[in-house]
Write a protein that binds this ligand. Structure first.
Ligand code: COA
Length: 157
């Protein structure tokens, strides 16, 4: 059993001109890359084995992130199943001059622990401690059910 805090990640980035489009707002793919990296580090810390991204639930960009913004990317394990786990990732953009922070993106990643041949292996169980961690765990269990139903449907067609 592992605690959520043992693997939690907080990455900080600054948005550079090469990360942005002609409007000076960040490319969605750049944000998703940071999110995937933060989630992968979180998965590595939790499992201490190789982990791969199996899927990402819907990603909605809630507000633009601009050149010069300080971006915080937080990732933590919400739920563990057998060989997979849900990792929640939240991105906040901070105005470097005013300090104003805005929630910009959130997404749920499913990572699978694998051996050296890429075969799924068991993940350590998560041990949620706080009321917030327990709530996230419960909600993630529900999302997994829906995810598995969708996966079965798409495999059947
Ligand atoms: C992810 C991967 C290891 C799963 O292997 P698989 O042979 O399909 O394994 P299984 O069907 O036994 O599933 C293993 C676990 O992954 C989960 N899983 C597989 N595909 C999934 C998907 N699309 N979404 C969510 N979970 C998924 C299963 O639910 C299962 O979880 P559980 O053991 O906790 O119940 C394999 O599909 C893979 O290597 N994919 C490529 C990963 C990759 O390269 N990612 C980088 C981006 S391209």
């Amino acid at each position: 059993m592992k605690r959520v805090q043992e693997s939690a990640v907080e990455m900080t980035e600054i948005v550079m001109p090469q990360d942005t489009n002609t409007l000076g707002t960040i490319f969605g793919g750049r944000v998703m890359q940071w999110m995937d990296i933060a989630a992968a580090i979180c998965g590595f810390r939790h499992c201490r084995t190789a982990v791969v991204t199996a899927s990402v639930d819907t990603v909605s960009f809630l507000c633009p992130i601009r050149t010069g913004n300080i971006v915080s990317v937080k990732a933590s394990v919400n739920y563990t199943a057998h060989t997979s786990m849900e990792i929640g990732v939240r991105v906040d953009a901070e105005d470097a001059l005013t300090g104003e922070k805005k929630h910009s993106v959130s997404a749920y990643f499913t990572f699978v622990a694998v051996d050296e041949r890429g075969k799924p292996i068991p993940v350590p169980k998560i041990n949620p401690q706080t009321a917030e961690e327990k709530k996230r765990c419960k909600e993630a269990e529900q999302r997994r059910k829906i995810r598995l139903q969708m996966r079965n449907k798409s495999h059947a067609s």
